[in-house]
Design a protein around this ligand. Sequence first.
Ligand SMILES: C=CC1=C(C)c2cc3[nH]c(cc4nc(cc5[nH]c(cc1n2)c(C)c5CCC(=O)O)C(CCC(=O)O)=C4C)c(C)c3C=C
Ligand SMILES: [Fe+2]
Ligand SMILES: [Fe+2]
Length: 352
Amino acid sequence: MKTLTGRRIAVVLFNLGGPDDQASVKPFLFNLFNDPAIIGLPGVVRTPLARLISSRREKSARANYALMGGGSPLLPETRKQAAALEATLAPRLPDDEVRVFIAMRYWSPLTEETALEVAAFGPEEIVLLPLYPQFSTTTSQSSLKRWSAVYAGSGESRTVCCWPEAHGWIEAQAAAIATMLDEAGDRPVRVLFSAHGIPESLVSRKGDPYQEQVESTVAAVVAKLEAMGRTVDHALCYQSRVGPMKWLGPSTPEALEQAAADRVGAVVVPIAFVSEHVETLVELDIEYGELAHELGVVPYLRAPAVGTSAPFIAALADASLHALSRTGVAPYGPGCRGDWKACPCQAENRSG
Ligand SMILES: C=CC1=C(C)c2cc3[nH]c(cc4nc(cc5[nH]c(cc1n2)c(C)c5CCC(=O)O)C(CCC(=O)O)=C4C)c(C)c3C=C
Ligand SMILES: [Fe+2]
Ligand SMILES: [Fe+2]
């Protein structure tokens, strides 16, 4: 039973989205490559290019999604996280009605569909919470921009731009790694923190804070492991390179070659993803698993994504409550250090 003073609060979780079957692989890829945050060219050039790239990439992408039963598990996994977050927030906001929504950038439920659903809910408060720990123009900013362009409903919005060092997120990662280190036993292993790559020029020329935030996540996880009495050999590397441009490095395959040269095994940790999908289940487990086998990197172990682990969901709840407790319209995320005005996600995403 809600009190008369209770607020309707919408928490909107943003993620990339993934095709739900084989037929949606190509239109999903088209949406992705047609995003100016991914290909920064004018629409007259970008749209035909997106058509070409999605056609060319369709066959290999379909084969990868076929390995997971035909489509991406990203939406079902995100639904579990949304349900867990809603259940965690409910007792912490007993006078309010809290609903958690999912807005995907490139496949259903698309941001514009979710914007209509949220508007129909009629919230007084909205928390915009990207499920990307680290802020990038290619992910969180793209999603938040899209939201601003399509949401026309009620409510004051507060954005959590990023949370690279959020307590429960770091705790969940450290716990998953500790379990894998136990599995490795006495065998020497290197912890390979594998982040999704982005083109290097986005960092060096456009000031994308992603690399810096990924490095801060890694440092926080390593410090947490040390506090747990585990000093680890570790390295940061970047996966999922696409196209001919120079991407952040070293790549995950290069890091595996180095591990082979140093005669150590690997515990691979997805450090920029919070759920299982094509980049973990196919790229890390199958493609790089085969490479590790060829190179003699033994053992090759992979820490699971944090999913619905309790400390991680608590971190999302804390971030939401922290956002709601801010006064005024100038939000900043718990991962943003220093002057919130300098935070790159804020300029276009202040509540209206
Ligand atoms: C082409 C450029 C790409 C950039 C830049 C990029 C950044 C980026 N992506 C994620 C998270 C995910 N990406 C996923 C799939 C995916 N990403 C790209 C391209 C870029 N990503 C493509 C073409 C694809 C589709 C798969 C493929 O063909 O390789 C996914 C998984 C979605 C799924 O279907 O399960 C996620 C999640 C981050 C975090 C990031 C930069 C910070
Ligand atoms: Fe921020
Ligand atoms: Fe990606």
